[in-house]
Design a protein around this ligand. Structure first.
Ligand SMILES: [Zn+2]
Length: 318
């Protein structure tokens, strides 16, 4: 029988899931809401949704595993721990709950680690053994691969680059409780905060002043930058300069062949990549200068989290 893997990406508001074949094609996808106060009700909903998907496929497939990407996902224990944006507090044994429903292997890790494995199995990092994946959404996630293996760390939480501080003291308040975290500057939300900071500090005539904080998004900033809006361009240069400098720090830890950037903010292309690459090289010592490729992800932006989660099972089966 043909084999299929369920890839599940648990987000704060909704959970996206899909059925992925061995080549990384998403044959079915959908979403369920995440906000169930009781985790068992949530698992009921997700199980039904996945089973419906399996029944809708034209060929008969055997489900061989469920891969899950989740905030604060612990790979070793299959748990989600103290995730600030999810409705369940404490330590939640999501992996075990899903395994009990389907009777197949379940692999769970944080969403950015899942994206990194997805990039290695199906994307631009095929054949690479040392690379970093940065996901730029509401926050900044990262997955580090060294010698062909994901760096998990002692507890299973390694690679939280979004929460390294860019300042020795102070900086923007992060929802993790710390100040100055990288993701408060470099993320879809971070660039909005930067636009408002620039609007407050400078007297530049920018159309961005017509947007409320709620209405503004990274795409609007990118569109204005492409039309020559000086403040929008400065917002991207500021964002890229911070990202590049912190990537230079990451490079000295793991000596990667490439850094892949994915997610909404990465869609801005050169606007973000150019200042990022410049700052990376400006802050790199000679042995790393101009040696690390900074590339857009080769995974489809829409399905990358699902494919990434499913690839955890491919990786496990190897
Ligand atoms: Zn933080």
């Amino acid at each position: 029988m043909l084999q299929i893997i369920a890839g599940v990406d648990i987000g704060g508001t909704s959970t996206k899931y899909g059925l992925v074949d061995n080549e990384g094609n998403v044959l079915y996808q959908g979403s369920v809401k995440t906000q169930f106060p009781d985790v068992n009700d949530y698992i009921d909903e997700l199980e039904n949704a996945i089973r419906e998907g399996l029944e809708s496929l034209t060929d008969t497939y055997e489900l061989v595993g469920v891969g899950i990407g989740a905030p604060n996902g612990n790979y070793f224990k299959g748990t989600i721990e103290e995730a600030p944006n999810l409705p369940w507090s404490g330590v939640v044994p999501i992996g075990k709950l899903i395994e009990d429903r389907f009777g197949v292997p379940v692999a769970l890790t944080n969403d950015a680690n899942a994206a990194a494995i997805g990039e290695m199995v199906y994307g631009g990092a095929k054949g690479m053994k040392n690379f970093i994946v940065i996901t730029l959404g509401t926050g900044l996630g990262s997955g580090l691969v060294s010698n062909g293996e994901m760096i998990l760390g002692h507890q299973g939480f390694a690679g939280e680059l979004g929460h390294q501080s860019i300042k020795t003291k102070g900086g923007r308040q992060c929802k993790c409780g710390q100040k100055g975290c990288l993701e408060t500057y470099v993320s879809a939300t971070g660039i909005k905060r930067t636009v408002y900071k620039l609007l407050a500090d400078h007297h530049i005539d920018s159309e961005l002043r017509n947007y409320s904080f709620v209405d503004l998004n990274a795409k609007i900033v990118a569109d204005h930058a492409k039309q020559g809006d000086a403040l929008a361009i400065e917002a991207f240069e500021y964002t890229g300069s911070i990202l590049g400098a912190k990537l230079a720090d990451a490079v000295v830890y793991t000596d990667p062949e490439a850094i892949f950037i994915m997610g909404g903010l990465a869609q801005a292309g050169e606007l973000l990549f150019k200042p990022t690459i410049k700052a990376l090289n400006d802050n790199s010592m000679a042995i790393f200068k101009d040696k690390v490729k900074v590339l857009p992800s080769k995974l489809d932006n829409q399905t990358a989290p699902i494919v990434g989660a499913a690839s955890l099972i491919i990786q496990k089966m190897k």
